[in-house]
Design a protein around this ligand. Structure first.
Ligand code: SF4
Length: 491
C-alpha cells in the first residue's frame, strides 16, 4: 500500500481540499503516513499571497534533494498555485511529477497509477464547469466535533488584487439536498458544529431551486441570494446540529434575509467574519469591492440591532496601490468604529494575472510594514479589551479536545468563537478516562459546557466549569497546580 502525506498551505478552503485528497487516496487503498515515510508527497498550495508561493518553492527544493536518494518518491503540487501556473511548474521545478488543480482532486489515484506505469509528468487543471463536483470526506470528520462543508466554489467578484477568480473559476453551487445530506451524515457521526465554506458563501443559490424563499428575502434585489433559505433548511432538516457557522460572506450579499436568520435561528453564531479590505471608499473603488464603507457599516449596524452582542472580525489589506496616509487613516478609523475583535491584516503584494497589476505597486515595503504594525496596534488593543470584558462572564463552550499548550486543559470555542481553555481537563463525570495527558479532554470532545471565564490571555481565555456544570459532571481529579518557576537565590 503506498503511503502518502499532504502538506497544506493557505486557507480553510485548502485545508478542506487536503481532506478530500486524503479521502480519495484512502478509498483507493493508500495510507496516510508522516512526510518522511511517504511514497507520495502532496503539497497543497496557496497563491493568494506571495509568501505562500515562496514557501512552496522552498518545500519543492527540500523534496528535490530527498528525491536524489529516493528517485521513486512522487511529488505532487496541488491547489491554487497548481491551477495558476499549470505546466510552468513542471518546467521550473523538474522534481515535480504531477500538477493537479482543485477541481481535479478526484483524478489523483488515476494520475498516480499512470505515473507508476511509466507515464510522463502530468498536469490536470480543468475547471468542472459543466458538472461541478463537490467531494466529501466523512471518514476524516469522524470523531471530530466540528467540520467544514463546501456549499459553493469559485467567485464571480473581480476584486482587483485577488487571484481566486483565476485559480478557482466562476461560482458554482452545490445542490442544497447534497449539503443537507452531508451535514446530517456528519451529525450522525458526532459532529456538533459545521462551518459552511465558500469564497463568497452568502451568494449561494440552489442549482435545483429546491429551497423555499426565506423570510425578508427581496427577489428584486440583485444582491439577494438563497443563503438564508439554505441556513433555515439546514436547521429544519438537521435538528441535532448545535452550531451553524459560515465563512466568508461578501458585504454585498449581507441582506435583510440573512440578518433575520441570525436573529431567529438559535444555532447561528453570534460572530461574523466579514472581509472589508479597506476603510477608504477611494481604495475600495480601486479594489472593485462593489461596496462602500458606509454600506458595510450600515449592514453591520442592522446585524447588531438584530443580535446585540454579535462580534465581528475582518480581513484587511494595507499598502494597496495608491493608498495614501489619509486612506490608511480611514482604515484605522473603521477598525475603531466597528470594534473588530479580530483582524487578519496583510501587506499588498502583486499577484499574477490580477487587474491591480496595472495600478503598479507604489507604496514602499517599509511603509506597508509600518501600516500593518499600526493596524495590529489598534486591533490587538480591541481584542484585549474584548477578552478582558469577558472575565467573570459565563460562556457556552464546545469542547474540541486537549489544549495544545497545556494538555491537562481542554480547549474549545464559545458561541462567538472565542478560544477558551478549560482548566483541568478531568471533566469526566464517572472516572478518569486514561493515563495519557489529554485523554479526558478527548473523551469529552463534542460536549457543550458552561464555563466561567477567569482570565484573559492575549488571544484566548482561561475558564472553569461553572458550579452548576460541575454538579452535573463533577471533576473527580482536581486541576493540577500551576508549575512554578524555582526561585533563584532563595535563602
Ligand atoms: S470576493 Fe474578491 S477577494 Fe473574495 S474571493 Fe472573490 S475576488 Fe477574491
Amino acid at each position: 500500500m503506498p503511503g502518502f502525506a499532504v502538506t497544506t498551505f493557505g486557507c480553510q478552503m485548502n485545508q478542506h481540499d487536503s481532506e478530500r485528497m486524503e479521502e480519495v487516496l484512502k478509498s483507493g487503498g493508500a495510507t496516510s503516513v508522516l512526510p518522511d515515510d511517504a511514497d507520495v508527497v502532496i503539497l497543497n498550495t496557496c497563491s493568494v499571497r506571495e509568501k505562500a508561493e515562496q514557501k512552496l518553492r522552498s518545500e519543492v527544493g527540500r523534496w528535490a534533494k530527498v528525491k536524489r536518494d529516493r528517485p521513486d518518491l512522487i511529488l505532487v503540487v496541488a491547489g491554487c498555485m497548481a491551477q495558476q501556473e499549470g505546466r510552468k511548474i513542471l518546467t521550473r521545478m523538474p522534481a515535480v511529477d504531477i500538477v493537479v488543480g482543485p477541481d481535479n482532486i478526484a483524478e489523483l489515484p488515476e494520475l498516480l497509477a499512470e505515473l507508476r506505469l511509466g507515464g510522463p509528468p502530468m498536469v490536470r487543471t480543468q475547471f468542472d464547469l459543466d458538472a461541478p463536483r463537490f467531494l466529501t470526506a466523512p471518514s476524516i470528520a469522524s470523531g471530530r466535533p466540528t467540520a467544514f462543508i463546501t456549499t459553493m466554489k469559485g467567485c464571480n467578484e473581480r476584486c482587483t488584487f485577488c487571484v481566486v477568480p483565476n485559480t478557482r473559476g466562476p461560482e458554482r453551487y452545490r445542490a442544497s439536498a447534497e449539503i443537507l445530506a452531508e451535514i446530517a451524515e456528519l451529525v450522525s457521526r458526532g459532529v456538533r458544529e459545521v462551518t459552511l465554506l465558500g469564497q463568497t458563501v452568502n451568494s449561494y443559490r440552489d442549482p435545483l431551486s429546491a429551497l423555499a424563499r426565506a423570510p425578508e428575502a427581496n427577489p428584486d434585489d440583485p444582491d439577494e441570494s438563497e443563503f438564508a433559505a439554505l441556513l433555515r433548511a439546514i436547521v429544519e432538516h438537521v435538528p441535532d446540529l448545535s452550531r451553524l457557522r459560515y465563512t466568508s460572506p461578501h458585504p454585498r450579499h449581507f441582506t435583510a434575509s440573512l440578518i433575520a436568520a441570525h436573529r431567529e435561528l438559535p444555532q447561528m453564531p453570534r460572530h461574523v467574519h466579514m472581509p472589508v479590505q479597506s476603510g477608504s471608499d477611494r481604495v475600495l473603488k480601486r479594489m472593485s469591492r462593489r461596496h462602500k464603507r458606509e454600506e458595510y457599516t450600515a449592514r453591520l449596524a442592522r446585524l447588531r440591532a438584530a443580535v446585540p452582542d454579535v462580534t465581528i472580525s475582518t480581513d484587511l489589506i494595507v499598502g494597496f496601490p495608491g493608498e495614501t496616509e489619509e486612506d490608511f487613516l480611514e482604515t484605522l478609523s473603521l477598525i475603531e468604529e466597528v470594534g473588530f475583535v479580530g483582524v487578519y491584516g496583510f501587506k499588498y503584494s502583486t499577484r499574477p494575472n490580477t487587474p491591480a497589476l496595472r495600478l503598479g505597486d507604489d507604496v514602499p515595503e517599509s511603509e506597508k510594514a509600518t501600516r500593518l504594525a499600526r493596524v495590529f496596534e489598534v486591533s490587538e488593543r480591541l481584542v484585549q479589551e474584548h477578552l478582558a470584558s469577558l472575565v467573570g462572564v459565563t460562556l457556552r463552550v464546545l469542547i474540541e479536545g486537549p489544549s495544545k499548550s497545556r494538555e491537562e486543559n481542554a480547549t474549545g470555542r464559545s458561541e462567538r468563537n472565542e478560544i477558551v481553555h478549560i482548566e483541568g481537563a478531568a471533566l469526566d463525570s464517572s472516572a478518569k478516562v486514561g493515563s495519557e495527558p489529554g485523554a479526558d479532554a478527548l473523551a469529552r470532545r463534542g460536549e457543550i459546557v458552561s464555563v466561567e471565564v477567569v482570565e484573559a490571555y492575549k488571544h484566548s481565555l482561561l475558564g472553569r466549569l461553572t458550579a452548576e456544570e460541575r454538579g452535573r459532571t463533577p471533576m473527580l481529579t482536581p486541576p493540577k497546580p500551576r508549575r512554578m518557576l524555582p526561585l533563584l537565590n532563595a535563602e
